[in-house]
Write a new protein. Sequence first.
Length: 289
Amino acid sequence: MKIAFIGLGNMGGGMAANLVKAGHDVRAFDLSQDALDAAKDAGCATFTSAKDAVANAEAVVSMLPNGAIVRGVYGEDVIGLAPTGAVFLDCSTIDVATARDVISSATEAGYDMVDAPVSGGIAAANGGTLTFMVGGSADAFARAKPILEAMGKAVIHAGDAGNGQAAKICNNMLLAIHMAGTCEAFAMAEKLGLDPQTFYDISSVSSGQNWSMTSYCPVPGVGPQSPSDNDYQGGFATALMLKDLRLAMEAADASDSAVPMGSRAAALYESFDGAGNGGKDFSAIIKTY
Ligand code: NAD
């Protein structure tokens, strides 16, 4: 397929390369020349504007920083400029309301579109092992699925437009809550005289077990290899977790949802990020306990 790809940063670069590997004709655009050069090396054709990249595309994939940029790119350079009938896949993490608005504008103009945010970081983007949570009509999902399968290991239909973003922020709010809770429990266990490994051996087979503990333990040297074993480098940056928590708090307000634990986790990550830790893996928050 002829696929335009807009936004070839840390995530989009690897995703576009995987579309090339799957045999697609990928037409890349990014504001950054470095990103475009890397895309060219990966086998993409490169363009100097989004309009040119989408001109003959059967599908458009985007991986952009935020909702305002997604709205601008689709509003100015994609809707009405890509061939009628093309399918659009926005894989960026953005607010639910913007995702629904942009999909509604695209649909009115005769395109199919899904929101398809991802779980998994840069390594998963490079390795083609992302999980996609997808919002949109059944037809739009059916068209998007084979494209997403070339970039991921799981593609799940979450329901109507915007539901992919809803799933993403609810999941990441829960992740922040159980990471903070896991850090809290390890820190208190230690103060009460328990060795962290012993606490892990007990809690990992008891009812406190959770992903932050057994797949991503914030305590160095405990559990499987994780960013804590590498001085909290790599992994999922605190700044990105905070971005998702802010989106979650916005969605909670808009939907009148009570999120006492989520808002506490958001406040903890606000202050951890504000203290200059935005580049560290989000499990480094254990240092504050
Ligand atoms: P990034 O900043 O590395 O990449 C974004 C790219 O978009 C940049 O190359 C930038 O030049 C480009 N860009 C910005 N405005 C543009 C425009 N108007 N037209 C064309 N290109 C434009 O960010 P990233 O880490 O790749 O993240 C992308 C999205 O993926 C974000 O929404 C992020 O929340 C989400 N995400 C990131 C991760 C991660 O681990 N990095 C994990 C899951 C989801």
